[in-house]
Structure formats: C-alpha cells, structure tokens
Design a binder for this molecule. Structure first.
Ligand code: ADP
Ligand code: MG
Length: 277
C-alpha cells in the first residue's frame, strides 16, 4: 500500500458534500470585528450544538448565515451544499433549504398563522402551492406535532406564550422541510414547556427527515437535556475554542465556561463580558 497518510488525515469524516461548511469566517458589525475565524462543518443528519458565553457572537453567526445586511463578512467562506452563499439574499438562502428559527416576524397584526405559513411556504417553494395541497400538508404536520387546528387560525404571535412561539417555529420547520435548521435559542430563558416543544419538534423532524442537519445555538445546557447533540462547540470571543461530544456540554454545565477558558490559557478572553459567563 502506498497510501499517503498525510493526505488521508485531511479526508472529511463523512462521504458526500457537507450540508454546511464554514471556513475561517470573519464578520464585522459596523466596523467592529465580532466573528474572528470560525470553522464549522455540519454534515447531513448531524446535530451540532454551539454554546458560548453571552456576547461571544453566537447570534451574530446565526444572523450572518441568514444573510442579515447588518453583518459584514470580511473574510472566509460559507458553503451550503457545496456552493458559496455569501452573495445570496436571505430569500435565496431560505429557498435553497436553509432554515433559521427566527426568520418569522415577531408580530404581524391581523395575519393568521395559516396565512403567514402559506405565504412563507410559497416564497420558499418559489411557486404558488395550491390551497388544497397546502391544507393537507398543514393538517398532517399539525397532527404530527399534536397541535390544535385552532392554533393555525390565531394571529401570529399575538399573545403567544413562549411555548406557543416555539410551537409556531417548529411548525414552520416541519412545513418547510429544510436541509439545515439553525435554531438560535435566544438567552431570554425559555420555560420548560417551550424547551420540550423545541426538542420534540426537532427530534420529530430528525426522525422523519434523517438528512436534516441541525445547528442549535444556546447559552445554556438545558435544551441539551432534551436533544442529543452529536457535536458540541464552544464559541468565545468570535472563535470556536473547543469542540467535542456531549461531554463537552456537560463540562460547561458543571463548571461553566470559565474552566474551559482557564484550561486553554484564555483566562482573559471574554473581557468585560466575563461577568456574564
Ligand atoms: P451572543 O448571541 O453570543 O450573546 P451576539 O452575537 O448577540 O452574542 O453579540 C456579539 C457581540 O456583537 C456583542 O458585543 C454585541 O454587542 C455585538 N452585536 C451583536 N449584534 C449587534 C448589532 N446588531 N449591532 C451592534 N452590535 C451588535
Ligand atoms: Mg444570542
């Protein structure tokens, strides 16, 4: 055998094209560097958790993936199913199968869930989906998620509880059937009901769509009690400082981020944000 071991070391773990491939990504907001060199690959069917202290740049990464205009990519690459998406509009990204949990508006007076979902689904599909087809799909997904049919008739986010907002989000996730779901669990503190909704929804879809890649972004460990990640990454000051399996999330849960920073000789990292670790 004349195998060149130095070459095989760089062979990707999975066969086929990674769903998401982020290479040395750098992002600025209004001229301020926030993401300072992120490398992250999500293959088909993998669940990744991205953890990190408040202000480490987790939501910035999510917003950048969505193509939010406020976030300027100053270096590196984002490939989705093998293609660079840096020049793609948020719409194009959604159409290609990239789902971001917060892509629905916070509240639209007078718009029901059902209307919103229909419009959004048409936009993502790039065609007018016949009402009958839409209804069938909606009913099927709502049944799967054990949702009351009445829920779809409510005005979007008007008086929605934390759990109901998440339910709406998970319903979208199931309706769109994306290739990659990026779920930014904002640090506002979901109640246990909302956590369960997210977890059951994600577990439900990974069961019915085993190719779906998931990137769960969270400050807290809690959601990982309900969703088993294959990989865990810790983001500090805009860079992934450590990656591992579920053990890493447990380590964060037990010892906080402080310990990981110490171990890596990054005690100064986090700067003024250390108080929020
Ligand atoms: P995390 O989600 O990890 O808590 P963020 O990505 O929200 O962190 O924030 C990272 C840094 O970027 C923080 O210093 C924050 O103040 C800054 N930042 C995030 N979004 C904006 C924005 N829209 N405008 C200005 N600064 C921002
Ligand atoms: Mg955030």
């Amino acid at each position: 055998m004349t195998t060149d071991t130095s070459a095989t070391e760089h062979t990707p773990r999975a066969t086929g094209t990674p769903t998401l491939e982020i290479t040395d990504l750098r992002v600025e907001i209004e001229g301020k560097p926030i993401i300072t060199g992120v490398n992250l690959t999500v293959n088909q069917g993998e669940i990744h958790a991205l953890m990190g202290p408040n202000g480490s740049g987790k939501s910035t990464l999510a917003n950048t993936l969505m193509g939010h205009p406020k976030y300027t990519v100053t270096g590196g690459e984002i490939k989705f199913q093998g293609e660079s998406i840096l020049d793609w509009s948020p719409d194009q990204r959604a159409r290609s199968g990239l789902f971001l949990s917060f892509q629905y508006p916070t509240a639209i007076p007078g718009v029901t869930m059902i209307n919103f979902l229909r419009q959004a689904l048409n936009a993502v599909a790039g065609r007018e989906i016949p009402v009958r087809e839409f209804r069938t799909r909606l009913n099927e997904k709502m049944a799967l998620l054990k949702m009351d049919q009445q829920f779809a008739r409510r005005y979007i986010n008007e008086g929605f509880s934390g759990g109901e907002k998440k339910r709406a989000e998970i319903l979208q996730l199931h309706m769109f059937n994306p290739k990659l779901a990026v779920l930014d669990e904002t640090d506002s503190g979901l109640d246990v009901d909302a956590l369960r909704v997210v977890a059951e929804g994600v577990n439900g879809i990974t069961g019915s769509n085993p190719e779906l890649g998931v990137l769960i972004i969270t400050h807290y460990y809690r959601i990982l009690n309900y969703i088993e990640p294959d990989f865990v990454h810790v983001l500090v000051d805009g860079a992934i400082v450590k990656s591992g399996g579920k053990d890493l999330a447990l380590e964060v849960e037990n010892n906080g981020y402080e310990n990981i920073l110490k171990e890596l000789g990054l005690e100064g990292a986090g700067g003024s944000r250390r108080g929020t670790l």
